[in-house]
Ligand binder design. Structure first.
Ligand code: ZN
Length: 222
């Protein structure tokens, strides 16, 4: 399904896997280069839609980059399938989450880098630890349109699951400092389910009472 399209770019999303994961595909119409965001299980539509060299798979490493929002299995389960169809491609993931990957190809571990660039495609990296230590969001601006790929860090209704109160403190800081500081019209594109604007998300958050002992499945309206 197409989220956005103009003369130079196309942004699409796909749903696959047992947990109904979203994956996203950004394509440059000028160079045919692409950036894949998350590779869930059974990513047939995603891989079919990715511009590729079918005969010389080894060339795909020059044009296709995959970036992973975090290392939980449902966001990386389709990597072997992708490797089979596309050959070795470069996969970028947060440094602390790289341990979840079982990929023999080229892996870029993100820690200080602030941009993902693939020719004329560019995404800003926003480090948002909490759901996992290496959770990352990717920010995309096209013309007047602003998108934030949040993985499992922020959904409509609240943050992603956290395993202890220390992690919840982290995700809370990540969201309030690094995500809610973005423009209100920015569209949040999460790892599962529907999108929401930053403005709508901030409204949901308005009456949330933070305290130090919270963690788990937290909703902004509890
Ligand atoms: Zn997750």
């Amino acid at each position: 399904m197409i989220i956005f399209e103009n003369n130079t770019l196309k942004l699409e999303f796909f749903i696959s896997g047992m947990l109904q994961n979203n994956s996203y595909l950004l394509i440059s119409k000028t160079t045919n280069n692409s950036i894949i965001i998350d590779i869930p299980d059974n990513p047939i539509e995603l891989i079919n839609a990715t511009p590729k060299n079918k005969l010389q798979k080894s060339k795909n490493i020059d044009t296709i980059q995959a970036i992973i929002t975090h290392g939980h299995y449902d966001h990386i389960e389709g990597i072997d399938f992708a490797k089979d169809r596309l050959g070795d491609i470069n996969i970028s993931i947060g440094l602390e989450d790289a341990k979840y990957l079982n990929y023999a190809g080229k892996v870029t571990k993100l820690k200080k880098l602030n941009k993902i660039i693939n020719k004329d495609l560019e995404l800003e990296i926003i480090y948002t630890p909490g759901h996992t230590a290496g959770s990352i969001c990717f920010y995309l601006e096209i013309d007047e349109n602003k998108f934030l790929f949040t993985g499992d860090t922020l959904f409509p209704g609240g943050p992603g699951k956290t395993v202890d109160s220390k992690s919840f403190n982290k995700i809370y800081n990540s969201i309030t400092k690094n995500i809610y500081s973005l423009a209100n019209e920015t569209i949040i594109l999460p790892g599962h389910g529907k999108s929401i604007s930053i403005e709508e998300s901030k409204k949901e958050f308005e009456n949330f009472n933070f305290h130090n002992l919270l963690f788990g499945d937290i909703s902004w309206n509890q």
